[in-house]
Design a protein around this ligand. Structure first.
Ligand SMILES: [Mg+2]
Length: 277
């Protein structure tokens, strides 16, 4: 039976929550991060308007300020985000108990046995609507037959959108995307792939699997499987989830660093926190 997997991603999560508590900043460029007087404050999240100034997550506040002098900086309220995150998960659990959080603002849901609530797209739309009505924030949802493509789908159009990737359309939608759009392909591994002329997900999919195995070992095999839509990993039951892990003083990863993308993210955060002389 073909699975129906959703990946939900809350849009500009920290910034969206803060906007609810600071209505005066609506329509202005906003980041959530360390305060300006803290020398090493970094950008944890930015709203849609700040994104237009090319402000990126994990860069320093002073760099962001250079790009946008009128930038509004709001301090993070982690307790608040955790509360919102739990409320969102309660909504997910109304549809299935197969809910696997990935970080504080993302989760996979397996709704293959939730037909009572509708098709994958109908459930995705219902969940988006419910999050908007009950919590005042938005989510993007990818719907697909495996976790990797569902996650890609939630990234494709945002905010507040449902993207469907099927066995019929994935070559058209997924294959032209840059390889680093795919989970498990971080910045540095993307550089490695490019050396061999592998720029897009389609390039990986159409390469001989033995070549990838030989050059990159197990990881090479895995990304070939993912690129071809053959990921069969399961969505973990919510009550079997692993608890958040904390590394460093003020970074909680909430996820296990089990892939290169995660390692990239964390390294970038650490790099940005090194003293700058
Ligand atoms: Mg998000």
């Amino acid at each position: 039976m073909e699975r129906v997997i959703l990946h939900c991603d809350l849009n500009s999560f920290y910034a969206s929550v803060e906007e609810l508590y600071h209505p005066e900043v609506k329509g202005k460029p906003v980041v959530v991060g360390g305060s300006e007087d803290e020398r090493h404050g970094i950008v944890l999240a930015r709203n849609q308007i700040a994104k237009k100034y090319n402000i990126v997550t994990a860069e320093s506040i002073w760099q962001a300020k250079k790009k946008c002098p009128d930038l509004i900086i709001l301090k993070p309220n982690h307790k608040r985000y955790e509360e919102f995150s739990l409320k969102v998960r309660e909504i997910f659990l109304q549809y299935t108990d197969l809910v696997e959080p990935f970080g504080i603002d993302e989760a996979w849901l397996d709704v293959s046995n939730s037909k009572y609530f509708g098709t994958g797209k109908e459930i995705a739309d219902k969940i988006r609507e419910q999050i908007k009505q009950e919590l005042g924030i938005t989510a993007s949802v990818g719907v697909s037959f495996n976790k990797v493509f569902a996650k890609l789908g939630s990234d494709l159009r945002k905010p507040d959108y449902t993207t469907i990737i099927t066995k019929e359309n994935y070559k058209e939608i997924v294959w032209p995307l840059k390889a680093n759009e795919m989970i498990y392909v971080g910045k540095s591994s993307y550089e490695q792939l490019k050396i061999y002329g592998l720029y897009t997900i389609g390039d990986i999919a159409n390469k001989d699997i033995n070549f990838l195995k030989e050059k990159f070992g197990k990881w090479g095999e895995t990304i070939w499987v993912f690129a071809n839509g053959l990921d069969d990993s399961e969505v973990t039951r919510y009550d079997q989830r692993q608890e958040a892990k904390s590394i460093g003083n003020n970074i909680t990863t909430f996820r296990n660093m089990e892939n290169w993308q995660d390692v990239d993210i964390i390294l970038n955060v650490f790099r940005s926190q090194l003293p700058q002389h």
